[in-house]
Write a protein of this length. Structure first.
Length: 408
């Protein structure tokens, strides 16, 4: 009801009113139960959309009609888990299995080739982040800031506590579990028993975009983007900072205009590391010392992907952009994808897979952005990046649908 009322107010008054609502709701120490943290987060997300004008943008019928003519993808199998009304879960797979979680506290293992359910366990917790996989562990997080570790058979191994809710999948490498808490802290935990090894805490602006991005763990390092457009590299083993760079600088007068948070994972290839900021820029840096290679104006809260030649960014308002990885020159731009909200792209051979809020998956050719395949699911949003499986990819919808498609 509040949202509908705000939408009717003229633009100039709306901006001031929305800012007042945000500051009042996020600054109130004793909110009534109706304004739970998750309710406020959802409301703030609605506010961001209204300010950006996305509520007033439309996908025209001609665009949808053209998309409906695109050849469908081959569905390998489908399965069902519980709904995830607030949390965003990312399926994860190895050569044999797909692991999935839902908000009701269930953790699943499916056969990657057939979709047959191998096991289902009830964690007896309300889950908020997952799924992480590696070192024989399956990892999820809760709204209470608990990290839950299971083995691949579904047996509980350990539980650890961090500072606040966990909104992304814990990561594991070299016997270190890396967990990002909702307050921006990053924790390094011992994979054997969950004991804390280190913690990193950066400065946080007073107003930030709610981020479901965790941290990228690779090459013995942890890379993470933060509010204010900062990208930080730290040691996997002790959390010491190796370098810190600015992907984007805050611009504008108001706090809302100055938000330029990195709300997606960076990508690396062994030489380059690239990241994109909301209301900011996309930039690539030297992975070793953080030296800037190139930077371009861009805005994305979804994310990006990389191959040998190009960097691909899911930008706002129905657009995917390809940049030359070495120079930052624009290569192609693909719009008219039938949805204002896109997932980060997934590299699938020489193609890109994009999912959207209408429950569709779209395959683009990586060298020119041409659409070569499109299929629907259950018409509910797919927010997380599609995940690779041995013979294709899998997506999880907001309503709990799990769909596996063949590589085309």
């Amino acid at each position: 009801m509040i949202r509908d009322t705000i939408a009717k107010i003229d633009d100039s008054r709306r901006f001031g009113l929305l800012l007042l609502f945000v500051l009042q709701l996020t600054g109130c120490a004793n909110m009534p139960d109706m304004f739970s943290l998750r309710a406020v987060d959802s409301f703030v997300a609605d506010i961001a959309e209204l300010i950006a004008g996305e509520e007033e943008a439309e996908i025209d019928e001609e665009e949808l009609a053209e998309l409906d003519k695109i050849e469908g993808l081959t569905l390998l199998w489908k399965a069902s888990v519980g709904e995830s009304l607030t949390a965003i879960f990312s399926p994860v797979a190895d050569e044999e299995s797909v692991y999935v979680a839902d908000e009701d506290g269930h953790l699943f293992r499916f056969d990657a080739k057939t979709g047959e359910r191998v096991w289902r366990i009830d964690t007896e917790k309300e889950l908020s982040g997952g799924v992480g996989l590696g070192g024989g562990l399956v990892l999820v997080g809760t709204y209470e800031g608990e990290v839950l570790a299971y083995d691949e058979v579904g047996n509980s191994q350990w539980k650890a506590q961090v500072s606040s809710e966990i909104l992304s999948a814990p990561q594991i490498d070299n016997d270190v579990v890396v967990v990002r808490a909702g307050d921006g802290r990053i924790f390094g935990l011992n994979a054997l028993d969950g004991s804390r090894q280190w913690v990193y805490q950066g400065a946080t602006p007073s107003l930030t975009v709610r981020s479901y991005a965790g941290a990228l763990v690779t090459h013995g390092a942890v890379f993470a983007g933060f509010a204010g457009g900062k990208l930080v590299a730290m040691s996997l083993y002790n959390g010491n900072v190796g370098w810190e760079v600015a992907v984007s600088q805050p611009r504008g007068v108001t706090e809302l205009e100055r938000m330029t948070d990195i709300t997606s994972l960076p990508v690396v290839d062994g030489q380059f590391i690239c990241a994109v900021a909301y209301q900011g820029r996309v930039a690539c840096f030297d992975m070793v010392d953080g030296g800037q290679i190139w930077v371009r104006d861009a805005s994305s809260n979804a994310g990006l992907s990389m191959d040998d030649d190009y960097l691909y960014v899911s930008k706002e308002n129905n657009t995917v952009m390809a940049y030359d990885k070495r120079s930052g020159a624009g290569v192609w731009r693909r719009g008219r994808l039938g949805s204002l909200k896109l997932s980060a792209p997934l590299m699938l051979g020489h193609n890109l897979v994009i999912a959207n809020e209408q429950g569709y998956v779209i395959v683009l050719r990586s060298y020119d952005g041409a659409i070569i395949g499109r299929s629907g699911t259950d018409k509910s949003a797919i927010s997380a990046t599609p995940a690779l499986i041995p013979n294709g990819f899998v997506v999880q919808t907001k309503e709990g649908g799990l769909y596996a498609f063949a590589a085309e």
